[in-house]
Ligand binder design. Structure first.
Ligand code: ZN
Length: 200
């Protein structure tokens, strides 16, 4: 009987739009989802709100941030709501604004040819400690250049396949970076990634 009372007599606070949005997208940790479900049972207002909520467009970056920090969410080191808010403020940073010229090249450059096909990193990935470069093809090593979103060169080195680059804290702040992969003066690939060190 006790459970029924908590359901019908639910005096929990109404869910916010963000919470309902995340709930609808299955992005909430189960305990938070359960709290919302419990509330929905006793609150018609929120049920209507949920039904009328159009499926939100989760940005690509939002999804990647979620994937990157999924483990921490599962371990309750942070929650989806915090991550959602952090993502929004992260995207708004000057250091995350895309550089138009590169954005066009990224979309123009063919992803692969017989000599070289990049497997990692995937486009728009989010990293916090390091980044791996992996490709298919015969090339043993290639030149890597990393620039920030204002095209300032941050790093230049020759890399082997499966190279793991650990970010030097002094050189890399949170933000958007572009990488160029070059083989004997030929640009093989230009891509981008985000660096975000989660503090919570
Ligand atoms: Zn409600």
């Amino acid at each position: 009987m006790k459970e029924i009372i908590t359901y019908t007599n639910s005096k929990t606070i109404c869910s916010t739009n963000i919470e309902l949005r995340l709930y609808k997208q299955n992005l909430l940790p189960s305990i938070d989802a359960w709290k919302i479900e419990n509330h929905l049972l006793g609150c018609e207002k929120c049920r209507t709100k949920l039904n009328n909520l159009s499926i939100p467009q989760t940005s690509h970056l939002q999804k990647n941030m979620y994937l990157q920090f999924k483990k921490r969410i599962a371990q309750n080191l942070c929650n989806s709501l915090e991550l959602h808010q952090l993502t929004n403020s992260f995207i708004a940073l000057d250091k995350c604004q895309p550089f138009a010229t590169y954005e066009i090249i990224i979309n123009d450059t063919a992803m692969s040819n017989s000599q070289f096909k990049l497997k990692k990193p995937k486009l728009d990935s989010v990293f916090d400690k390091g980044i791996s470069f992996e490709w298919q093809g015969q090339l043993e090593n290639i030149n890597l250049i990393i620039e920030d979103n204002a095209t300032n060169p941050i790093l230049k080195r020759k890399i082997h396949n499966n190279h793991l680059l650990i970010f030097d804290k002094e050189k890399f702040d949170n933000g958007l970076y572009y990488y160029k992969l070059i083989n004997s003066n030929t640009l093989l690939k230009i891509g981008k990634f985000y660096l975000y060190k989660l503090q919570i």
